[in-house]
Design a protein around this ligand. Sequence first.
Ligand SMILES: OC[C@@H]1[C@@H](O)[C@H](O)[C@@H](O)c2[nH]c(CCc3ccccc3)c[n+]21
Length: 447
Amino acid sequence: MCAAQFPNGFLWGSATAAYQVEGSPLADGAGPSIWHRFVHTPGLVRDGDTGDVACDHYRRWKEDVAIMRRLGLQAYRFSVSWSRILPAGTGHVNYAGLDFYDRLVDALLENGIEPLVTLYHWDLPAALDDRGGWLNPEISKWFADYAEVMFRKLDGRVKKWATLNEPWVVTDGGYLHGALAPGHRNRFEAPIASHNLLRAHGAAVQAYRATGRHEIGLVVNIEPKYRASDDPADVAATARAEAYMNRQYLDPVFFGHYPKEMVEIFGEAWPDWPSEDFALIQQPIDFLGVNYYTRSVTRFDANAWPLKACAVRQKQATYTETGWEVFAPGLTETLLWVKRCYGNIPLYVTENGSAFFDPPTAAKGRVEDPLRVDYLREHLGAVRDAIAQGVDVRGYMAWSLLDNLEWSLGYSKRFGIVHVNFATQQRTPKDSAHFYAKVIASNGAVL
Ligand SMILES: OC[C@@H]1[C@@H](O)[C@H](O)[C@@H](O)c2[nH]c(CCc3ccccc3)c[n+]21
């Protein structure tokens, strides 16, 4: 394999998530999710934006699969809305909801596109939140039962499953800082939600081993932490930040224990966990999905709760519309770090992308997004560099296929390689999509 090439069979795709693109949240018997509730609570989402329509993907999925085909995508990572399948979260199965994903998977396969399915991308059934949600230890069984419904329906046609998308964000956003659904701000709840997410992950993997025949993994966001100085306070702050964001989920899954820094971070709010839980959490997985966006140069900050650490803005760097430093070497470092710390488990970059303001283009039918093209080119080069250094990276999913609902930021941030006019629902592949199509067609040789 020459340096400029990716391995034969490298999987090139893009990614979305149910609540961000589908719309029709209550159609055909679906139950509300915590995001449906959250967006309809005044003041929580920028400009009062909701996922009621989003990209209307629930109705326009055929058109979107055709776009993927035209771009030459080999894979499509999407998530299933739990409350479409089980409107109350448990019990009655809504077959119309199952049928939507059944048809989507068949259409993908008919177009030579491999489906990668995420079972949970933040949209918990509201009915389960009413029963405690991620704070109720029973949720590991609720989640495993839901997962089993999906395995029995789709396994075989779907050969790569992920249990959770980014448990760190679910906990930090939904239970500690409250910026995301269900909007709790409680340092005693956060560790419990986090632990139950991991228990649910383990229970779903166990269920897969009993019913599935292919691969299952976990998707985590990793943001490499670079110390701002060699000052011992900055070094310790960086270690806490790395433990909290990057190792809090990987250490239990791969080693059966939490990083020692967790007790220091949460203090009295960090429980003594039952040792039997770690046998459940530590179910072997077939691959790890890594979502990478940026790095954080980290320093001590006595006022930053609960980490006592914060990021230091870099003077010469480019920043995206979400305030994230563009730092492609961090992706190479992250992939090498995972291999060094946890072994050479097969990896997929399950999300990588950037939000930049896309200026209106004079030429009709064209959207120029040079900064996103640069971001994509640099980060694909970073993946290639990690592969050249022996990391078993098997695929890359660009975030995102479509401009979509960026959670509490509404539609104000556009990550898509395909532009969406939300007034007309017209899709227009951006220059970044045309660039990515060339990368895929050459298996990375054009980079
Ligand atoms: O923010 C862009 C995307 C979201 O649209 C995806 O749904 C989500 O999986 C995702 N994760 C990350 C990195 C972790 C993160 C999320 C939110 C805020 C800060 C960091 C970025 N993104």
